[in-house]
Design a protein around this ligand. Structure first.
Ligand SMILES: *Cc1c(COP(=O)(O)O)cnc(C)c1O
Length: 454
């Protein structure tokens, strides 16, 4: 029998545990530092903003963390997600490579983000929290959290980066449909927002600013906690359902990846895919495995940032994280992949890039969209702007396979659909999509204000 197009698992095969890569790393992770004291954070430092269960997961070194049954039941609405063979794309490219994509656009909010919003809402509810505050870039995280809060009966307030709030009204309506309140950031509702609006009333906003607002909201309301959609260890942990399922699905068809590719904003969708494979590379089971992070040239965190301690937000209120960073003051030029506009990156990914275990490549917006369009015209699904960066790398890799006559297995994370990003596709199709400009000057300025950490 020929290999199926969609490799499917049954609902009973939804993973029972998340995988914590920290247990298997051949090095110590640099600790998160307290922003005032400069010493490693203690669980009590995080307690005002996160529920106890998530703080434990954030600092955990256990290899496996059990997924609560209530969370697995909600996962059952869309998980296990399909692993698809991109045969029509392969044919169009004339490549001998096998291309697979793990399709996370099948969740109700349309991206991988509900893999973590659901457990985050669950643990908050279980500890008596009544309301969650968060930030969102392109709106995918805000809508994923709104969805999860609706299912677990929590109120939800979302600070949405202004440029995306204006570009993507339907994401806001989705959040409101799931009962959340969504405001453009910077907003006059917080001190952090007011300060930034006073300096620059026309700012397009940034994730760093929106995080400051959401954190402030959480610490100033006793019934409210903060929720983060990427970057932190517990988010990477939750996303490993992606890679755990993918490993099983590839086993069913008897293949192992030569290359794993994904786009990285804060790093969670791709970490979710590749972390369950990292131990194989480190242990020497699959030493040749390549793991490739893709990012936009307009927000080139891994390819141009230094590896340094920095704040997660613009107001310098979060703990310090050791990561590749463009500087917490970096506000990237507007680009359509709003989810890739963050100045920092998950410390786990950064530590792996620093050691050469994981690679990073940056792509311009227009060639990325060209790749997204080719994917849509062969495979049908319209990718979100973020994973078009991964698709660019996949197509280039598959074309290199054609040159070399090599039948590599390429697996990539298709993190979400682009149904609410059609404005960007319209611009691309009309030939009016532009490359964001001015990154160099912004970068130079932002890097000059990195915090001094001994
Ligand atoms: C948020 C988002 C991203 C970027 O965030 P990561 O944490 O790097 O995954 C990528 N793709 C989609 C569809 C997203 O919604």
């Amino acid at each position: 029998m020929t290999e199926p197009t969609k490799i499917l698992l049954s609902e009973t095969e939804i993973p029972k545990d998340w995988y914590n890569v920290i247990a298997d790393l051949p090095f110590e992770m640099p600790p998160m530092l307290h922003p005032g004291k400069g010493s490693p954070v203690e669980p009590d430092d995080l307690a005002p903003i996160f529920p106890r269960a998530l703080v434990e997961q954030e600092l955990s070194t256990d290899r496996w963390v059990e997924i609560p049954q209530e969370v697995r039941e909600v996962y059952g609405l869309w998980r296990p997600s399909p692993l698809c063979r991109a045969r029509r794309l392969e044919k169009a490219l004339g490549t001998p490579a096998r291309i697979y994509y793990k399709w996370e656009g099948v969740s109700p909010p349309g991206s991988h983000k509900s893999n973590t919003s659901v457990p985050q809402a669950f643990y908050n509810k279980a500890e008596g929290v009544q309301r969650l505050a968060t930030e969102t870039g392109a709106g995918q995280w805000g809508s994923a959290l709104a969805f999860a809060c609706q299912l677990f009966d929590l109120a939800c307030k979302v600070y949405m980066v202004k440029v995306s709030y204006d570009q993507k009204p339907y994401r806001r309506i989705m959040m409101e449909t799931w009962g959340a309140e969504c405001v453009p950031s910077p907003s006059p509702a917080t001190e952090a927002g007011k300060r930034i609006l006073a300096e620059d009333p026309d700012t397009s906003g940034s994730l760093g600013i929106a995080i400051s607002e959401a954190v402030e909201d959480a610490v100033t309301h006793s019934d409210t906690k903060y929720s983060l959609g990427s970057v932190l260890n517990h988010v990477m942990l939750h996303q490993t359902v992606i890679g755990l399922e993918t490993k099983k699905q590839l086993e069913l068809v008897g293949h192992y990846p030569d290359v794993l590719i994904g786009c990285v904003g804060g790093g969670s969708n791709f970490a979710g895919l590749f972390l369950p494979f990292v131990a194989d590379k480190v242990d020497g089971v699959a030493p040749e495995l390549r793991i490739v992070c893709t990012e936009p040239t307009a927000c080139p965190t891994l390819t141009r940032g230094p590896y340094a301690y920095d704040f997660g937000d613009t107001a310098c209120s979060t703990p310090l994280l050791k990561m590749f960073t463009l500087g917490h003051a970096f506000v990237p030029p507007p680009l359509h992949a709003g989810g890739l506009r963050y100045h920092g990156m998950a410390p786990i990914i950064c530590a792996l890039v620093e050691r050469g275990i994981v690679e990073a490549q940056a792509y311009d917006q227009i060639p990325a969209f060209a790749a997204g369009l080719q994917f849509a015209r062969t495979e049908g699904f319209i990718p979100a702007p973020e994973p078009t960066h991964a698709i660019r790398a996949v197509i280039d890799e598959a074309l290199a396979c054609k040159e070399e006559g090599k039948a590599k297995t390429i697996v990539f994370s298709l993190s979400g659909h682009g149904h609410f990003d059609l404005g960007a596709y319209a611009a691309y199709l009309a030939g009016t999509l532009e490359e964001p400009q001015g990154c160099d000057a912004l970068l130079k300025q932002a890097l000059s204000c990195l915090p001094m950490v001994p």
